[in-house]
Design a protein around this ligand. Structure first.
Ligand code: FAD
Length: 482
């Protein structure tokens, strides 16, 4: 009998435990379902674009090995058992996801399939550890990263990744199913009018091969000095593996072992310290999944419920200016424009832009989380809400509420020559370094020389930093004393 492999957030052939298990059970049916059930948070625009490209790459990779990817659209609760029934599959496998809706769906699917005498197995493909495997001494979940990460490190090295299968044997599809099979283009995941994805196409190569190239390029070069360099948005100093990880085109195990091997063989300019720091960032991703698993409402509910009493401003104009990169603060605007153009933003700038929205504009972190969800190619069900809550101060092990990033000093520290700002705000390109992060302080002569009319070519600041900061501190302090 055929074995059914259900691809979800694991769009790769190598180190794919569900695939490996399914191959051993019989001729394969590889299935992807674009989930349109109301229980699922719909993917944002940028993630839909990525998914489209990634599915194309996966489908080609499967075909090159002799298999075929069956693509359907609808509610998996209905479609998966139907495909299993109609193909006569005796075994179904998938790799786990960790958001509440997915866990509930998996549970009910397992029950349905077992009732039909079909064997089902699920696997961990995308985390170093399952969220429930790492526990405190009292057997509870962690709330603080450092002891969490120490506990992970004490568990030793992650297991070695599985190789890519040499060949895939294809099961025959019944005619009724073949008729319903969709091409990736039928899913209409990519924007057409307007086509805003030009910058995304230029910046990324979705798919397993693209992920591997990114990893090799990073470990072979850019990792040098990562420990400090990772905070510099003006330099290509981080891996940019996040969207590849998000869609499971590469696993943390693969990253871990490839990096460790390169370090041991002297095949990387990165130091042991750089590698350790890189691993601990992957650890933050693991920690986010740990938090999501233990707090299923992470994307909508304050982890620290005291924040429920927060009186957020409803500043629609401010939110719009922030989304468009028109706040008048260059590092904030450059970040939001990088996001819009490329579907990605540097981590330091994510923190600065998020802090500006939450603190200076006193806007509910959920509005920012929603915008990032729609515009990031790496929009992640765990990392995105966990990071937003971290910046807000409502999260686990969060930044203290009184930490209000100053976008001017942050810009001057991490983008000292304004290289990053100039890349994304061409209207400021000719402004002197001295004023690049504070154009409103530039004398008229300097602005003239740079060809800028403030308030016309580039906005004046939409809010005074001192005012915004004090308002936030007062609001947050009121909360704390309640
Ligand atoms: P690298 O520095 O090369 O790190 C390697 C990997 O480690 C990343 O790919 C990522 O998977 C993980 N990682 C790195 N930094 C963090 C971090 N601070 N928290 C959690 N994991 C991390 N990351 C997402 O993947 N998806 C999101 O939706 C997302 N939203 C964010 C929202 C805000 C407000 C903030 C402050 C951060 C967010 N992050 C998110 C975390 C982080 O910014 C990105 O993971 C990182 O910028 C990705 O770039 P990279 O792959 O070059 O990272």
């Amino acid at each position: 009998r055929p074995a059914l492999l259900w691809f979800r957030d694991d769009l790769r052939l190598s180190d794919n435990p569900a695939l490996r298990a399914a191959i051993e059970r019989g001729p394969l049916i590889c299935l992807y379902i674009l989930d349109t059930s109301p229980d699922r948070r719909p993917l944002g625009g940028a993630a839909r674009w990525w998914l489209s490209r990634s599915l194309t790459a996966l489908s080609e990779a499967i075909a090159a090995k002799g298999g075929e990817l069956l693509i359907l659209r609808g509610d998996p609760a209905e479609l998966l058992p139907r495909v299993a029934r109609e193909t006569g599959a005796g075994y179904v496998a998938w790799n786990r996801r960790y958001d509440k809706a997915a866990i509930e769906l998996d549970k009910s699917l397992k029950a349905t399939l077992i009732d039909s005498s079909i064997e089902v197995e699920s696997f961990n493909a995308n985390l170093l550890n399952e969220p429930w495997q790492v526990t405190t001494k009292a057997d509870g979940p962690f709330k603080v990263f450092t002891p969490y990460w120490r506990a992970v490190r004490e568990r030793g090295e992650p297991s070695a990744p599985l190789p890519k299968p040499r060949q895939l044997s294809k099961a025959r599809l019944p005619a009724a199913l073949r008729q319903q099979a969709l091409a990736v283009s039928d899913l209409a995941l990519e924007p057409t009018a307007p086509d805003w994805a030009g910058g995304l196409r230029e910046a990324w190569t979705p798919g397993e091969d693209g992920a591997r190239q990114r990893l090799n390029a990073f470990v072979g070069e850019a990792i040098a000095g990562y420990r400090e360099g990772r905070d510099r948005p003006d330099k290509p100093s981080t891996s940019r593996l996040s969207p590849h990880l998000r869609f499971g085109e590469i696993s943390p195990r693969q990253i871990w072992h490839a990096t460790t091997a390169a370090l041991a063989a002297g095949d990387t300019p990165g130091s042991a310290g750089d590698v350790e720091k890189f691993f601990s960032e992957i650890g933050w991703r693991e920690f986010s999944y740990h938090l999501l698993f233990h707090n299923p409402g992470l994307a909508s509910v304050n982890y620290d419920r005291r924040f429920d009493a927060m009186s957020w401003e409803k500043d629609e104009t401010g939110l719009k200016a922030w989304q468009k990169g028109l706040t008048g603060y260059p590092i904030v605007d450059a970040g939001l424009r990088e996001l819009w153009q490329t579907g990605w933003m540097h981590n330091r700038v994510r923190m600065i832009t998020a802090s500006f929205l939450i603190k200076h504009l006193l806007t509910d972190w959920r509005a920012g989380e929603t915008w990032f969800w729609d515009t990031l190619v790496d929009a992640d069900p765990a990392n995105n809400p966990a990071s937003w809550q971290w910046v807000a101060g409502s999260g686990a092990d969060a930044a203290p509420y009184f930490r209000v990033f100053n976008p001017v000093t942050q810009g001057e520290k991490f983008d000292p020559k304004g290289v990053y700002v100039r890349r994304f705000i061409p209207e400021l390109a000719r402004l002197d370094d001295k004023f690049i992060h504070r154009p409103w302080e530039a004398p008229a002569g300097e602005l003239n020389k740079a060809g800028i009319v403030l308030g016309q070519d580039y906005p004046k600041p939409i809010i005074a930093l001192d005012f915004g900061r004090q308002r936030a501190l007062d609001a947050f302090a009121a909360l704390r004393s309640e």
